[in-house]
Design a protein around this ligand. Structure first.
Ligand code: FAD
Length: 391
């Protein structure tokens, strides 16, 4: 073969990278390591919380990758041995690589919220920020919440996975309450000073649709949590609610620790190739990377990172010149009800002077006020990206 490429993590980034490596250069040996049985999509998972979709609608098997010749290893990567150039697994034999792509997504920094830094606490207070069992469990609790109850969602300081995701979640749950529990409330405790994505569009939707249901409180950094009283401790305040959804502060997935050279949390990369700035020959893509200016941590971005990285890996193993100025794009759709959607789009081009990806001026922008045509686009987008990554 031309070389062995190992990909850690079969999410939006890793699955796309593994598929496109084989599609573009079948002579490579490509091994994808994934610990989960199925792919469960975070995009559209807020509609599962709202009772509009089922978990089956966002769950996809991994067997579609076999036809490209991707070897799937269902195991947990437990260490990256940079000197030996191999990935150690929990169960199987170590996997040697000529090039490694690391795409583990995020992990949570529970040590920043002492009251939640235990297994029991994390079973009681769910994040549902990795789609799967927690999505189903949080939906069940929302169904059990009495009419008149308060659901509180805590948002960490940026950067975190999916900047508009918490506001989408608040919106679609408010819509569920409006229809099924008209006296229940959604309280948003935002660790940021303001809404960080699509602000005007969200505020308009809340004003027109959820007046008296959604309450937004900026600068509400969660500092601790009292499990017995179900009380969130903020800097100057304590807040009780009937049901909490705490999205904790985040970092790159733990397996990327040797590569997390930006603030000890995120992996710095050369944006022409997504090669790590910490370890040569290793590429990092998706949420685990330290984002370039104006670049969100999104599934769409992870999918685009994957293609730039796959191209660069093939170039390095075949001696072809790499693309000097990659261009990638993003669209984030957000549901504000069971069918009406808003979006933000952007294009990012490598700037040789600044040595990073920068938003292209005049490209992209915001959608019109929430509407159901955008809702159709949003569902079509999801089906397309799942197919692009996995089938
Ligand atoms: P992931 O997709 O999380 O994949 C990482 C994979 O690696 C996982 O399958 C994990 O099991 C595996 N893994 C990790 N460590 C190991 C290990 N040591 N061994 C083996 N396997 C490992 N993005 C959009 O573009 N549009 C949206 O509409 C959108 N909506 C969202 C809504 C919500 C509620 C949330 C939470 C996110 C949303 N996102 C959306 C963001 C999107 O889900 C993430 O940006 C995307 O999943 C990042 O892709 P990734 O490949 O970096 O990580």
């Amino acid at each position: 073969s031309l070389g062995r490429v190992v990909v850690i993590g079969g999410g939006f980034g890793g699955a796309t990278a593994a598929k496109y490596l084989k599609k573009w250069e079948p002579r490579l040996e490509v091994t994808l390591v994934e610990r989960n049985q199925n792919f469960v999509s975070c995009p559209i998972s807020n509609l599962v919380l709202a009772g509009v979709k089922q978990i089956e609608d966002i769950t996809i098997a991994y067997d579609g990758l076999a036809k490209y010749g991707v070897r799937l290893v269902r195991d947990e990567a437990v260490a990256i041995d940079v000197d030996k150039r191999e990935v150690r697994l929990a169960k199987g034999d170590p996997l040697p690589w000529d090039r490694l792509i690391v795409a583990p997504g995020i992990d949570f920094l529970y040590d920043q919220i002492p009251g939640l830094d235990s297994v029991e606490a994390q079973q009681q207070v769910l994040h549902a920020w990795k789609a799967g069992a927690q999505t189903v469990a949080l939906r069940k609790r929302l169904e059990e919440l009495p009419d008149g109850g308060v659901f509180a969602i805590s948002i960490p300081k940026a950067p975190y996975r999916c900047p508009p995701g918490p506001y989408e979640r608040a919106s679609v749950i408010a819509n569920y309450f409006k229809q099924h529990k008209p006296h229940a409330k959604v309280l948003i405790l935002d660790g940021n000073p303001d809404i960080t994505s699509k602000k005007a569009l969200f505020l308009q939707a809340w004003e027109e649709r959820y007046k008296g249901i959604i309450e937004y409180r900026p600068n509400s950094v969660l500092q601790d949590f009292d499990l017995r009283g179900n009380v969130a401790k903020l800097e100057f305040d304590t807040v009780r609610a009937d049901l909490f959804n705490v999205i904790p502060p985040q970092r790159s997935g733990r397996i990327a620790t040797p590569l997390a050279n930006v603030g000890g949390r995120w992996a710095g990369v050369d944006f022409r190739s997504f090669e790590s700035t910490a370890v040569p020959g290793v590429h990092v893509i998706g949420d685990a990377t330290a984002s370039a200016p104006g670049m969100p941590k999104s599934g769409f971005m992870a999918n685009n990172h994957a293609k730039v990285a796959a191209d660069a890996v093939i170039a390095s193993l075949t001696g072809l010149p790499p693309n000097p100025t990659p261009i990638i794009a993003n669209t984030c759709y957000s549901f504000v009800s069971d069918r009406d959607v808003v979006h933000v789009a952007s294009v990012h081009k490598f700037d040789t002077q600044e040595n990073t990806l920068l938003p292209v001026k005049g490209a992209g922008g915001l959608s019109a006020v929430a509407n159901d045509l955008e809702g159709k686009y949003a569902l079509a987008w999801a089906r397309n990206i799942w197919a692009d990554a996995l089938t």
